[in-house]
Design a protein around this ligand. Sequence first.
Ligand code: ADP
Ligand code: MG
Length: 717
Amino acid sequence: MPRLRPSSLYPYFRSVAGLRGVGPVTHKALMRLLTPPRPMLGEQEYEPVLRDLLIHAPTGCEDRRQVTSIARAEAGSLVTLEVDVAEHRPPPPNRPRMPYRVMTRDVSGILTLNYFHVKGDYLLKQLPVGERRFISGTVEWYDGRKIMAHPDMVVPPHRAAEILRVMPVYPLTLGISQRVLLRLMEQALQLATPLPEWLDAALITREGWGDWLSSLKTLHRPTAPEFTLATPARRRLAYDELLAHQLALGLSRQHQQRNATYPITPDAALHARLRAALPFTLTNAQEAALAEMMADLASGHRMIRLLQGDVGSGKTILAFALMAEVAASGYQAAFMAPTDLLARQHEKTLTPLAEKLGLRLIFLSGKMSKPAQAKARAAMAAGEADLVIGTHALFQEEVTFHKLALLVVDEQHRFGVEQRLQLTEKGLSPHILQMTATPIPRSLAMTYYGDMEVSILAEKPPGRQPIDTRAVPIERLSDVVEGLGRVLAGGQKAYWVCPLIEVPQTELDQETQEADIAAAEARLTMLRTHFGEKAGLVHGRMKVAERERVMREFAEGELQLLVATTVIEVGVDVPEATIMIIEQAERFGLAQLHQLRGRVGRGRAASSCVLLYHTPISEHGKARLSILRETNDGFRIAEEDLKLRGAGDVLGTRQTGLPSFHFASIMEDTALVTTARDDVKLYLSKDPDLTAPRGQALRLLLNLFDYDHTVKLLKAA
Ligand code: ADP
Ligand code: MG
């Protein structure tokens, strides 16, 4: 893909193939090792450039400044020695697997250098007999002798300075060594050119930072052996990276808000009717969020908002209120759920409300018959439907909306900036309300949803019971079953969750999924020996109709115990359910366990959650489960989960193309994220098209970190 880049960045975008010492093997290794700032979509091969080398951050450093003697060199330690080469002992021709030995010595003793698979005569050149060399590497004892296998570095005395220093340590891949990488890095640093300053002068002064290039040089040529995240050079570069990302988000938000959208004027009469139709009054948190969102809709700008609220906090009804408002203004609103099952459930709860308000609601999912889908699409295109509920089938090629003014996206982490821009490309620029029950720590929310406004429902509807949570070893299964029997006899309902790999990515996953389903079926059989036909099973591989029948029986009928894989994770609402038993709880993420637990405690009766674990369980695993016992605060759990598992897992977005940072750490740099976000907001309010001198420099920053697409959103070039 050819791109037009400012010429001042050319040095940064030269291929690494042009560096000295990059042959085919090293080149292949660099292709594996170096990744661009923005994850690549698709499978195409990436040709790394100098920029990628320069942002390949070291993870530590090694101090090789002290020269020691052979006698004092301790086994296992990294040392620098000054030795004389005494003798070469190549392996005998009939034993090529033997090491090639080079005997060296100093006044204190003898050291053997061992080399394997030696080709040609490079060792004779590097270590000529009778000459002095500085060598650095790890010393070992072998067979009563001190040896060093493949020294990291060997140089003649006039080049000793190359060794006698603190050296950065880089993450590596097969086919490239620290030494080679170091040499390439050095070349890249020499080719890199200064760039105009894109940071605010006051910030630089306050933090005591250097400029971009000098920070890169400091990071890659450390002089002190301490390596910490607090190093100003590292912090500056982390800030650059975070700023580029926040700026890209800010520009995309600005662009999306510039698109004309339908203004929605609040309809007081409709609002009153809606409230009258609800069987409850809204909580203060709901009222506040609703007011914020109504103001967005009426503002004339496009709403792009994330509504965060723990499971059961009552997000759906707010979404519906907005949808009704939009319909009352004569436009369409769509509600997209991640699965067919959840979409159906929303349809079921919202249809009666829609009817009371005289709004026409239809359903569309890829699982419907072709004629039924065609009929739904026709109704959407003709404007015969006010509200549409469905899955992502809502945005297939063939679908056209009459006047789509609001899109609600429920529990879909994969719906991000790119998806919104795709909508825009289809000529749609609806207001967007994205909802999630995965409480996201603030730092993460700003990183991943930085282009959205955020509303939080911190309070739950009244009358919710606290959930008594315990961790129980599987050996006590019979006690659990007995306790369950008492509760079921009292007429209450219970979930029994077995783990399941939801989307197999590999053959191994496929096998695990099959084993998981078999385990869930075996559990059902066992539970039926106690509870007979009161127990049913749903799992991810069942036919939709079948699954729905079982779910319905559980929600409305005779079924009292639902054995399930995680298909019940989000959204399902059965108030009579009071027990949640989760088997192999150690296999779930904390946030996921919290979500599952949120399925109970929705009615009046006291509820409990049993986390069954397999023994032996690690300390770490126990600590995780005990966090759930201690707190019911989704945000606290999410923070802990983040600490324990890392960002990709918490969001369930490992493969979804979210940024991964080179210099910045999501966990450690939260303050920098906040500063970057504020920086961007303030700056864009003054120079929205990045035309002032700092704005021009910021454009370079965007290009440098591969956010070229957002530069294209700017008005003036
Ligand atoms: P979530 O935020 O998890 O999507 P829901 O919207 O499914 O939560 O709401 C959970 C349950 O709480 C639903 O049965 C809903 O009708 C009910 N609910 C929502 N708001 C209130 C309220 N203010 N008072 C009482 N119940 C409410
Ligand atoms: Mg929900």
